[in-house]
Design a protein around this ligand. Sequence first.
Ligand code: CTP
Length: 429
Amino acid sequence: MSAAGDLFPGPRGPAGPAGRTVIVGVTGGIAAYKVCEVVSRLVKLGARVYVVMTRAATKFVAPLTFQTLSGNPVFIEMLEPPQLFNVEHVALAEKADLCVIAPATANIVAKIANGICDDLLTTVICATRAPVLICPAMNHNMYTNPIYQANEKRLRQLGYRFLEPGYGRLASGVVGRGRLPEPPEIVSAIASVFAGQGDYAGIEVLVTAGPTREFIDPVRCLSNPSSGKMGFAVAEAAAARGATVHLITGPSHLPDQAGVAVTRVVTAAEMHDAAIAAFSGDGVVIATAAVSDYRPPVALQHKIKKGAAHLTLELELTPDVLGSLGARKERAVLVGFAAETEDLIANARHKLVRKNLDLIVANDITEPGAGFETDTNIAHLVWPDGRIEQRPLETKRELAEHILTAVLPLVQRGAEGRDESPVTRGDPD
Ligand code: CTP
């Protein structure tokens, strides 16, 4: 076993930042301001974040900022009552599933490399068995200084992970290497430390999300109010559980997620082509997208001018993304969604059979808390063998977790070479 393996047994528990305790060490560099967003993103991903600041760091960002963003007290060694010191550094070091230092100055890298523990952060890092991710940010000359490079090399050999600084204009005005990477990249690096673990490790999850837009003319389109929240919640939950996730989304304001490959499309045809290209035939497909069923046969090049009292639009069917995947399905597990306003279960069953699905998640969008753009849903899980599982009002993330748990046995059977469906197909009615 490598020195790294001996030092850091690796993160425990499920993959992904959700539910994990991340200690974020902030040292004195101007890039400390970027770490506010890192903390905020980690909290949104469901991590418990504790920030430990060096005294120099507090000159750049107020501890109150990190306290507010993390929802936890901020630890600054010099301001702690001495009797708490031991308790805190041991408790934090043991609590950690991962320690991240961002920005990491040349000074802290040198101290860690030489076993110096003269403040709370260096002491926590020395005492922890959790993986440590160091994100250096400094002046180009300091970064390329052979003493710094030797310290980094030594730490890398011991199993400490480093996120390469970026190239660009540094605070000194000099252009060179030494910029702290942007927050999404740091969060991705954190997620990748946790990746490869969890019950979905090694499983491909393909998710469709959001609405599509079918253009009538350059300024008008057919679409719907889908926000993409359900699909993004599925993608985030799957990534947190170790899956290799590809999210294909129509227009949505939601940002890209750490550890998720995102393809942004506009039309149903684009979503169809992207999904077919991404579908490997294995793993799970979870189709939450609210795809437009019809489109104008041609999008007009110029805006339709107001004039006639009545206007008739001719429309044609769009490709059925999930239907096409269902037609190609062999081993993969396919989950559809059915947003209905009437005959919920009967309509859902029809779609289950028509699209060759393994599960359909039906919801009545007229129910309060179950419609478009909400953070919650009330779902019925309708299975091919006739079983119906009614879910309570719950967050989209909770429903996402439940769906992933429910289909996991099917996916595992598929991975073992499933020859026939484990459940008998029911009558659509
Ligand atoms: N779906 C799809 N491509 C389409 C239409 C739907 O992939 N062109 C998927 C949705 O993402 C969802 C499932 O199929 O997972 C059911 O979608 P829904 O709109 O409820 O059903 P439709 O097949 O469009 O039927 P209808 O509009 O008549 O209810």
